[in-house]
Design a protein around this ligand. Sequence first.
Ligand code: PLP
Length: 350
Amino acid sequence: MSKYINKRLEQMKAYTPGEQPVNDSFIKLNTNESPFLPSPLSVEMATEAAKKLNLYPKLECTELRKEFANQYKILPEQVIATNGSDEALFFAFSAFCENGVAFPDITYGFYKVYADLLEIESTVIPLNDDFTINVENYINIGKTVFIANPNAPTGLFLELSQIERILKSNPNNVIVVDEAYVEFGADSCIHLINKYNNLLITRTFSKSHSFAGARLGFCIGCKELINDINKIKYSTNPYNVNSMTMAAGLGMLMDYDYVKENCRKIVFSRDYTISELKRLGFVVTESKANFVFAKHPDYSGMTINELLRENGILVRHFDNERINDYNRITIGTLDQMKSVINVLENKIGG
Ligand SMILES: *Cc1c(COP(=O)(O)O)cnc(C)c1O
C-alpha cells in the first residue's frame, strides 16, 4: 500500500475471488463456472463484432435488452445490461442504500465489500443454524435488503411467498434479489416486478449461460428503478458492456434451448453428486444452484480441500468460522463429478 491511498481504504478488505490457476491442469470446480462452452452462434456473433472494435459499443444495448425482455416477458425499459452482475450490484449499492443495507452473514462476499467501499452501513443478519433465512428479521427492517436466491454458498432457496412478505413490509426500501443461480431449478421473481415497484433483480450469464469470461449481467425492475440504475451507469461507465460481449450475449439468448439443456445436465449431475456425497458420510445442503455445499463429520474443510487439490481438483473453502468445515464444490460435467467422488471414496472411504 502506498502512503497516498485514502485513509479509510487502508482498513477495508477487498473481495477475494476464487483461485484462477495459470495452467489448465486442474479440474476446476472452485468458481461456479459452467463446464460447457458458449454456443457456436454466440462465438460467431462475437467474432463478427470483433471486426468493428474500432467503434465504441452501442450505449443502450437495445437489441440485447429487447431479446432478454422478450424471453422473460418484461419490457425492454425494465432491464439494463451490465458488466457482469457484480456491476449490477455495484449500481444498486450506489443508487439505493442511503439508509443502510441488510443481508445475511453467510452470503455472497461482495455485498459487504461494496457497502464498505461506498461507506454504507451494513446490518449483517445471521442465518438460522441450518443456513435458512429467518424472514422475520427482514420484516419492516427499513433498509435496502440484498438476498441471493438461491443463496451462495449454501445453495438454499427462499420461497417467493417469503420474498413477497419482505417486499410488502418494506415499501420505502428497495429489495434486491440476486438471481445468479436461478436457472438451476429455482423460481424467479421476475414476474413480480409489475406488482412491486421496490423489487430489483440481478442476473448473470456467468454461471448458467457459460459466459463467466464475457462479463454479462442484467438488472431488472420497474421502469423507474431502471432509470435510476441508468443514472449510475452514465455516471461511471456508459460503455459498460463491450461490443463482443453484447453480440455474443444476443447469440446466447437466441440459443436458450442450448442453455436450458446445459442447466438440465448440471441439475442431473448435482443430484448425483449430492446422493454420492451423502453415501460417503457427508452432510450436504439441498442446493438449487450449480454447486453443492458439503462437510464431513470426520475431516476438516481444509483437509478435504487439500486432499482434492493434491488429486488435481480445485474446490472452494471459506475462512469464515461458521462455514469452516464446508467446501463449495461447483458442478462440472458428470465425468468430473465422478472423479471427485472417486478421489473421496479412495481417500476417506464410505
Ligand atoms: C457469481 C455471482 C455473482 C457475480 O457474477 P458475475 O460474474 O459478476 O456476473 C453475483 N452474485 C452471486 C450470488 C454470485 O454467486
